[in-house]
Design a protein around this ligand. Structure first.
Ligand code: MTE
Ligand code: MO
Length: 227
């Protein structure tokens, strides 16, 4: 019987083995090439609101609920979640504060895998991603579902640390960092839009980095529920 840590990190070994040992290639960053208003930072400072949740493997489960096609809820316990196939995406992490952590190699469960296992009803337009302590972020279904989106368990082939979202965080590269909850526990399928934690508190409902959608006062009519 593997401990939860052995179970989680055996994939880390697998990722390293698959791609060879040694440091990751790094390319020099030219901040000119970053999206407007962003600059790259060295290392990986952790940014979060509130305390870091304590992970309790026996109490942890991942849920999909709301407007599923079947009307059922879906749950995976920790062991079951570790059995889901992994994919890898390389992407920058853009905080709305202007700091970018470049070239992260994220590995985890593709959102398309989850959507296939827990199909949404045809009229689902948005999802709410729920994390520990009630942190949430709303996304349009097509953004959540895109090929670049994943529920990351690893960064640069290492299991996430507690302050970076262990065991799992959402990564959606085209959106600002707050749209990617760390310590994710559930996905809610919604047939309309509703604001998440920061979207209710002055941040843009959509949050596309390329379009610099930082604050809710920038929203055009139709880009978010009335505040
Ligand atoms: N649960 C939760 N997830 C969160 C946050 C948070 O406060 N709580 N902060 C978000 C913000 S604003 C950013 S920029 C990234 C930062 O991730 P990092 O600390 O791993 O760099 O996490 C996002 N996910
Ligand atoms: Mo952020």
């Amino acid at each position: 019987m593997l401990s939860f840590w052995q179970r989680w990190t055996r994939d880390s070994d697998r990722l390293r083995g698959a791609q060879g040992p040694g440091p990751l290639p790094t390319r020099p960053r030219d901040d000119e090439a970053l999206p407007p208003g962003q600059r790259s930072v060295a290392g990986w400072p952790a940014r979060y609101y509130g305390p870091v949740p304590k992970f309790k493997p026996e109490r942890w489960e991942f849920r999909v609920f709301g407007a599923t096609a079947s009307g059922d809820k879906y749950t995976w316990n920790f062991e079951e979640f570790t059995e889901l196939p992994l994919t890898t995406v390389v992407a920058d992490l853009h905080c709305v504060s202007g700091k970018t952590v470049p070239d992260n190699e994220w590995s985890g469960v593709a959102t398309s895998t989850l959507l296939a296992l827990a199909p949404p009803a045809p009229d689902v337009t948005h999802v709410m991603v729920w994390a520990e302590y009630g942190y949430s972020a709303n996304l349009r279904l097509h953004e959540f579902a895109s090929a670049q989106s994943l529920l990351a368990r690893f960064r640069n082939r290492e299991a996430l640390t507690p302050e970076h979202g262990f065991p799992v965080r959402l990564v959606v590269p085209p959106l600002y960092g707050w749209k990617g909850p760390k310590w994710v526990r559930a996905i809610e399928y919604m047939t309309g839009d509703r604001r998440g934690f920061w979207e209710e508190r002055g941040y843009h409902n959509i949050g596309e980095v390329r379009r610099e959608q930082r604050y809710s006062y920038q929203e055009e009519p139709g880009e978010g529920p009335v505040l």
